[in-house]
Design a protein around this ligand. Structure first.
Ligand SMILES: [Fe+2]
Length: 379
């Protein structure tokens, strides 16, 4: 399987995965195994889906693991939609999200954590192919997956700080459920931000920015006191804090920021950079990767970034890459302990002519110059 620019997919090519438009109640736009026709290609482009996975001879044997089962993803989206639908009636009269909706979310966090545990140490492939319209739901779920994968690794490696600041390694599973709930709800306060501000194309002015900065505190106020744990609330409140103290709303720094919020901020930023927004296309995975790695010790907790580097690939399996000598290929495999050292299936030589496909291990490759990007095609 490999990722290919929608505009370049030839007629008759077979989709490797379902293409979804991000709304749980809608069937996938196209199912895995569908042969692409000009009508389908145009429909994908109109939906803002700039790249799709296809199965072809050149990519035979390349596997792109999906952490969540289709079923978990669907259930997570509907539960989250129900929680969000719950809010408008609660807003304005000081009420909070219902206990029923919170109960649903706990179950979803549990399901996602179970899928992640079952997928073992697979390197994450989180390339987001959704159009910008589905952003909030899809984003919350992808952030939850990445945050839980990171959280599991961070807690197993470093433990969690108890009230005396000692590192403790017990009760990790229960804490991860709280992490999942907090991650699912992290941006719920955006419901209080007027949608013209949320969807504005271009930079916010000072007043708009002030409104946007209220969403972490507004989010906590929407949550019931007794059913959402303090751990989960710490994520909602503090996911925009930064390690060096430059974040908001409290300007906390270092270990004064709740550990789960430090994990959530890495997941949130990575996903924001690599997702399509109303005003810009998604950046490729290696750009998101660089933002996180370069932010270690300034924006982000170095321990969380160390875990990130073991779990997230700058060039996920199935991605087309360009090498420094001008040749091209497809990422064929990733070592589970070093996801930044891919094996690449060379498909084109330095002069651009097709080469006999051969899988070359990282140690024998010229440096990787970058990923082939998937710019939006005109519909
Ligand atoms: Fe946020």
């Amino acid at each position: 399987m490999r990722l290919m620019s929608t505009a370049r997919v030839p007629d008759g090519a077979l989709l490797g995965r379902d293409v979804r438009t991000g709304l749980a109640e809608h069937a996938p736009l196209l199912r895995a195994g569908t042969a692409i026709t000009p009508v389908y290609r145009n429909a994908l482009i109109r939906q803002g889906i700039n790249a799709v996975y296809i199965d072809d001879e050149l990519s035979a044997g390349i596997e792109v693991p999906d952490v969540l089962t289709e079923r978990t993803r669907n259930e997570a989206e509907s539960a989250l939609q129900r929680a969000y639908d719950d809010i408008p009636s609660a807003l304005g009269n000081g009420e909070t999200v219902s206990d029923k909706a919170i109960g649903d979310l706990k179950q979803i966090a549990h399901l996602i954590a179970r899928d992640i545990a079952a997928s073992g140490d697979a390197v994450l492939a989180l390339t987001d192919l959704a159009g910008a319209d589905a952003y909030t739901l899809q984003h919350s779920i992808d952030v939850t997956v990445l945050g839980l994968v990171l959280g599991r690794r961070v807690l197993n490696l470093y433990g969690w700080p108890n009230y005396r600041g000692r590192r403790v390694f017990t009760g990790i599973d229960e804490r991860l459920t709280s992490l999942g709930v907090g991650l699912l709800l992290h941006d719920i306060g955006k419901l209080v931000v007027p949608s013209p501000v949320l969807q504005k194309q271009g930079p916010l002015d000072a007043d708009e920015w002030e409104l946007m900065r209220q969403h972490p505190v507004a989010g906590v106020e929407l949550l019931p006191g007794h059913t959402v744990s303090a751990l989960a609330k710490s994520i909602v409140r503090s996911h925009h804090e930064r390690w060096d103290g430059s974040g908001y709303p409290d300007g906390r720094a270092g270990s004064k920021i709740a550990q789960f919020a430090r994990i959530a901020s890495v997941a949130d930023v990575y996903d924001a950079v690599t997702s399509a927004r109303p005003y810009r296309a998604a950046a490729p995975a290696h750009v998101g990767y660089r933002v996180i790695v370069e932010g270690a010790g300034t924006a982000f907790d170095p321990e969380v970034v160390a875990a990130f580097r073991k779990l997230v690939a700058p060039y996920p399996a199935g991605t087309e890459v360009e090498l420094a000598d001008g040749s091209r290929g497809i990422v064929a495999a990733l070592p589970s302990d070093a996801p930044d050292r891919p094996t690449v299936r060379i498909t084109h030589g330095p002069d651009g002519t097709p080469a006999d496909p051969a899988d070359v291990p990282f140690a024998d490759l010229p440096p990787i110059a970058g990923a082939v990007e998937y710019p939006a095609a005109a519909a």
